[in-house]
Design a protein around this ligand. Structure first.
Ligand code: ATP
Ligand code: MG
Length: 398
């Protein structure tokens, strides 16, 4: 099973590209499902069909679902929902608001990941295409299996012991409900499932993250940050989709400045995402709605390619810690140490190797550190970071 996750800033074309990918895969004969995990669903609009929180067949080889958190609450998160709404009610919230409050952000994506787990185990689909909410939320959630594990392990044990103790003692007199054994079992079950989901997400033979963007400065900057955080959480960004490009045959219709701006932003994209496979979608004169338009978009983006192919299993950027040192490892089109120049200013690291330039948005933990050295190893450039000893904010190193 292949899992292809499209993410990116708001409005860049994630839903359109997801639907286009799924259609193309289905027509190539793959058993495909496209899932929307954005609570502000627009997959149905994009496909120009009715969709719901239940899997629906929309054409041969193609199913679709808009994950509906209220439906999931009733089926999948029953115990959790009950506990949270009881808890909120005990705090004086009216029952309707209590029910609403029990839905926490990102539950759609989490539910979707559990669907993916089911599909994986059942072998029901060859390709699962996931359309997500705009970046920040998705990022937090995609990192959840990684970070969540840690919290679960720590807090789950504490909570279980506390609940046991409380139930035997103060629990009898408290107005705040205590989590039931069923809830604790549910949480434990979720923890196990998250582990499995993480394995799926982190396996580049199965999961590919594709970042959708437009040639616009703010979009590129946000996407660059997303790229960094995905790398930090050990996920593989396997391709980027640059959507809404002005096609060359229409250049004459646009002011010169617009075209040179697009050229500049294409350079910026190249500097920011390096060797990651670039897929391109061009600007339509009308909205991209309905299967016919989506078919055109799919052909534009993938040409004769099979959209479910794995463009790369190798991570373009890896961020890790080894022997107390933080390291950013970048795949560069060079294999030996030639003139490497590093510039760091605030949250951006710029790497120059001859004419080649890479610009990396730094994760928060590295912003306050300085670069100490760089070396080429197995076709990758490793940049080492250390604590700042003086207050030099930027450092040039070789
Ligand atoms: N290449 C294109 N040319 C013209 N219009 C496009 C193109 N791609 C997408 N659109 C249109 O842009 C709008 C936003 O697209 P879409 O819903 O796919 O973006 P999104 O990233 O999913 O947005 P959101 O963050 O709100 O979920 C839609 O009206 C869509 O039809
Ligand atoms: Mg969308």
């Amino acid at each position: 099973m292949r899992l292809i996750i499209y993410t990116g800033k708001g409005g860049v074309g994630k839903t359109s590209v997801s639907a286009a990918t799924a259609l193309k895969c289905a027509r190539l004969g793959y058993r495909t499902i496209v899932m929307s995990t954005d609570s502000a669903h627009s997959l149905a609009d994009s496909l120009d069909l009715e969709l719901s929180g239940e899997v629906r067949k929309i054409e041969k080889n193609l199913d679709a679902i808009e994950v509906d958190v209220l439906y999931e609450m009733e089926h999948r998160w029953k115990e959790i929902e009950k506990y949270f709404s009881d808890f909120m009610e005990s705090q004086g919230l009216d029952p309707i608001s209590a029910k609403e409050m029990a839905v926490f952000p990102g539950m759609e994506l989490m539910s979707a990941l559990f669907y993916v787990e089911d599909f994986y185990k059942e072998g029901k689909y060859d390709v699962v295409v996931m359309d997500t909410a705009p970046t920040a939320d998705t990022m937090r959630l995609l990192s959840f299996p990684e970070v969540g594990d840690y919290y679960f392990d720590k807090f789950y044990r504490i909570m279980r012991n506390m609940v046991k103790l409380a139930r035997a003692t103060v629990g009898k007199f408290m107005s705040t409900p205590l989590p039931s054994n069923e809830l604790m079992d549910d949480l434990e079950h979720i923890r196990d499932r998250l582990k499995f989901v993480r394995e799926i997400l982190q396996n580049p033979e199965t999961t590919s993250i594709r970042l959708v963007m437009n040639p616009e400065r703010m979009v590129i900057n946000e996407t660059k940050r997303a790229f960094t955080y995905l790398s930090l959480y050990n996920l593989t960004v396997e391709a980027i989709v640059i959507n809404r490009l002005i096609p060359e045959n229409l250049y004459s219709r646009y002011p010169k400045e617009k075209i040179s701006e697009q050229d500049r932003y294409m350079d910026m994209i190249h500097e920011s995402f390096g060797e990651v496979k670039q897929l391109k979608g061009y600007l339509f004169t009308t909205e991209v709605l309905g299967k016919d338009s989506l078919t055109v978009l799919g052909d534009m983006v993938f040409g004769k390619d099979d959209p479910s192919q794995i463009y790369s299993t190798e991570k373009s950027m890896i961020i890790y810690r080894e022997k107390g040192q933080d390291i950013i490892s970048l795949k560069l089109p060079y294999t030996e140490k030639s003139e490497v120049e590093l510039y760091k200013s605030n949250d951006v690291l710029i790497v120059r190797v001859g004419w080649y330039k890479r610009s990396v948005s730094l994760p928060y933990a590295l912003v306050k550190k300085q670069t100490s050295k760089a070396e080429f190893k197995n076709g990758r450039l490793l940049v080492y970071f250390e604590e700042v000893k003086d207050d030099a904010k930027s450092k040039k190193a070789e």
